[in-house]
Ligand binder design. Structure first.
Ligand code: EPZ
Length: 421
């Protein structure tokens, strides 16, 4: 049985370089299905989820050549099958992002139903509503979804009841080869939407408005190849920034775009953290020179505070002076880390989607388990300031979102190791 052991560590010091964004790379890799020509994608994070997406592309007929551990050349000359293997779909729900491109290029796709997960039921009703608005027929079977269209998709207007990131991405990719104009209203505005739009434009798509609530796509007949570098992972960056803060360290975070994490920077500053941005170098220095105090956070779709940094900032609040409140408005069950933090003697009370935290002088090491990739990273952060050993189980969650997590934390001075018993 493997677990990550973290012991109380001194202030983290030094530099950490952030990888390309997992949640940007996944839709962009799916989008390579849209063109018959070669694409080269660089700065891809070497993570398990990426390997699964590459296996999905291979299963559909793509030639996938690894140029190095962070770059691939993909060529989908022809599509062998429109059916994504259930076992691959089951490994990673983001495989559902191949539906839009397959429907767009081939006019049909069959995918296993993306299961829910610990943080929520993760429905796909908005994806399906959008496909229908573009003229697709949907057949929901026991454990799979079949979508197809006679001829080509037809442009249409889609209102997203919630600015879903995945639905926005799937529908952008479905619309780029449709006949006529598609308008996506109440679209997600995350940086990954903008990066996907930039890649689709390089392929020859006609898209405007990505990053705003209304995205307009003029369908084209076919697309060409392109080369694209994935933007830095804003969530990985925020995670190391919080780790620097909780340890009262002084860390330079490299390869980060500050404008992608404005709410995180604002909240860390409210808690008393010094944040020094160097936009010319895409670097942010995080330093603590005074006692940290609690604050309040409400997670929201971008540009609000990201739900993927909720467990990390809550961990910081557990040892900040005074009270804090966290409201989780994006997912219905994203407080599973609370129980684990309580094992470490954090003072947290939850009521529905609201958590109240009272800061304590320090935490106590315990045996805990990662409940999702961000919660797992948060337990490493907690372990940095806990008396005794913090042993974190279900480490596979953490590896899904954080490349070389043990090496990166150790390089900053954390007392952290992987133990196999
Ligand atoms: C993406 O998931 C990210 N994953 C998530 O990151 C992230 O937490 C989430 O966006 C929100 O930012 C990837 O990009 C691979 P949503 P996604 O569709 O697209 C509801 C991580 O930590 N909804 O924006 O699945 C849904 O129930 C992961 O890396 C519907 O109701 O998120 C949820 O409450 C975790 N119907 C809300 O929208 C739908 O059809 C946000 O979901 C789709 C979504």
């Amino acid at each position: 049985m493997e677990f990550i052991r973290v012991r109380k560590s001194g202030p983290l010091k030094g530099e950490v370089t952030i990888e390309g964004a997992k949640n940007t790379a996944l839709p962009i890799l799916a989008a390579t299905i849209l063109t018959k020509e070669e694409t080269i994608i660089t700065d891809i994070p070497p993570l398990k989820d990426i390997e699964i997406m590459l296996d999905v592309l291979r299963s559909l007929g793509a030639d996938v050549e690894r140029l190095d551990d962070k770059s691939v050349r993909i060529h989908v000359k022809e599509i062998k099958t429109h059916i994504t293997p259930f076992e691959l779909m089951n490994k990673m729900r983001a495989s559902f992002l191949v539906m839009g491109p397959l429907l767009s290029r081939l006019g049909k796709a069959v995918n296993g139903l993306p299961g829910g997960c610990q943080i929520g039921e993760r429905p796909i009703d908005l994806h399906l509503k959008g496909f229908r608005a573009l003229g697709a027929n949907i057949e929901e079977r026991m454990d799979e979804i079949s979508v197809d269209v006679d001829g080509k998709l037809k442009g249409g207007t889609i209102y997203l009841d919630f600015p879903s990131v995945g639905a926005t991405e799937n529908l952008m990719m479905a619309a780029v080869l449709a006949e006529g104009e598609t308008v996506i209203e109440n679209a997600a505005k995350e940086p990954e939407i903008v990066d996907l739009s930039n890649f689709l434009s390089k392929l020859g798509s006609k898209i405007r408005g990505a990053g705003t609530s209304t995205i307009v796509i003029e369908g084209v007949n076919e697309l060409k190849g392109a080369r694209h570098r994935v933007i830095p992972d804003r969530i990985e960056a925020a995670t190391y920034m919080v780790a620097a803060a909780i340890s009262k360290g002084d860390v330079l975070v490299k390869n980060v775009i500050a404008s992608h994490i404005r709410p995180v920077i604002a909240k860390l500053k409210e808690m008393g953290v010094d944040i020094i941005e160097d936009p010319d170098e895409d670097e942010i220095r995080v330093r603590v020179t005074k006692e940290l105090v609690g604050t309040n956070v409400r997670t929201l779709p971008y540009p609000g505070f990201p739900t993927d940094v909720q467990s990390q900032i809550m961990t910081l609040m557990t040892v900040a002076k005074g009270d804090s409140v966290v409201e989780e408005t994006v997912f219905e069950n994203r407080f599973m880390h609370v129980e684990e933090l309580r094992k470490m003697h954090a003072l947290i009370v939850t009521d529905g989607n609201e958590a109240r935290i009272v800061g304590v002088p320090n935490l106590t090491g315990a045996m805990v388990k990662a409940t999702d990739l961000r919660a797992g990273a948060s337990l490493i952060i907690a372990g940095l300031v806990a008396e005794g050993n913090t042993d974190i189980y279900d480490t596979y969650h953490i590896y899904r979102g954080y490349h070389n997590v043990i090496e990166k934390f150790r390089a900053l001075g954390a007392d952290i190791e992987l133990i196999n018993k």
